[in-house]
Design a protein around this ligand. Structure first.
Ligand code: AMP
Length: 283
């Protein structure tokens, strides 16, 4: 396994791998890897011949006052997990090389980014789609793997890839959870002991909603109200959004259907957590 920080060197490596006919699988991340990232890497290892992992805490997807500075970083431990998962190349560029002085080009997906996290984090998806486009151009992947944990991000990236005719297959992977159900996230390290147990309200609420839906409740408003009550029962929980949306368009769905997804963003203390589930699938 090799760690490359230089943008041009990385691109040359990947271009020549492609010329040799090697199938490149790519997993973009912000590092501080956990078992969720590992599942993406393992699937990439199965599907590709050259497995590339990027680790880049992308400044353009963080808003003012968000946690860019404090976002957890540990390249040494990440390299150990990556090596064990069979990664061939880690791309870990510096922000000044990805966005040199005078940088002026951004990719914007309209519509899908107006709702959910796009509404509460203005500019976030513009940063994501811009960096993913740059990474695709540098890494030249045949396929790229993303987690359904970031459900809206996956929808936005699928749309971007289709709209721009990018020759990359996008693979969505299931949410990996801790034994008690909390969705794995690099940000979980921010949680105090009490917050960590309050954070279980998210998965608990998803399970409650699933039971209601499968029991015959079809009103999104009724399900959302039950979810809201469960979440506000935690003293340090603050709701950003609770929405039930159609899975592809992310439009609000007043009457639920087989394609309904419940999406949550909740602050536990200062830590913003997201989670989601299809209402008719068990979590
Ligand atoms: P991040 O490092 O948080 O930007 O995440 C990198 C990739 O890993 C994204 O495609 C995420 O959706 C995915 N990911 C993060 N957490 C999980 C999880 N718990 N299960 C599955 N995929 C995840």
């Amino acid at each position: 396994m090799e760690i490359i920080t230089d943008v041009n060197l990385m691109q040359q490596r990947c271009l020549s791998a492609r010329e040799q006919g090697r199938r490149i699988a790519f997993v973009p991340t912000m590092g501080y890897l956990h078992a969720g990232h590992r599942s993406l890497l393992e699937e990439g290892r199965r599907r590709g011949e050259l497995l590339v992992l990027s680790i880049f805490v992308n400044p353009t997807q963080f808003g003012q006052g968000e946690d860019f500075e404090s976002y957890p970083r540990d390249l040494t431990s990440d390299a150990g997990l990556a090596e064990a998962a069979g990664v061939d190349l880690i791309f870990a560029p510096e922000a000044r090389d990805m966005y040199p002085p005078g940088y002026a080009t951004y990719v914007d997906v309209e519509g899908l980014t107006d709702t959910l996290c796009g509404r509460s984090r203005p500019g976030h998806f513009r940063g994501v789609t811009t960096v993913v486009t740059k990474l695709f151009t540098i890494v030249q992947p045949h396929l790229a793997l993303f987690g359904c944990k970031d459900f809206q991000q996956l929808a936005v990236i699928r749309r971007m890839t289709g709209d721009l005719n990018l020759p990359v297959e996008i693979v969505g992977m299931p949410i990996v959870r801790e034994a008690d159900g909390l969705a794995m996230s690099s940000r979980n390290v921010y949680l105090s002991k009490s917050e960590r147990s309050q954070a279980l309200a998210l998965v608990d609420a998803l399970r409650l909603a699933g039971r209601l839906a499968r029991g015959g409740e079809s009103s999104a408003a009724a399900i959302i109200e039950a979810v809201r009550r469960r979440i506000v029962s935690e003293p340090d929980a603050g709701i950003d959004y609770i929405q039930i949306c159609r899975k592809d368009s992310l439009e609000d769905q007043p009457v639920i259907g087989r394609d309904s997804v419940l999406l949550l963003a909740v602050k536990i203390g200062k830590t913003r957590l997201i989670d989601n589930a299809y209402l008719f699938e068990e979590v």
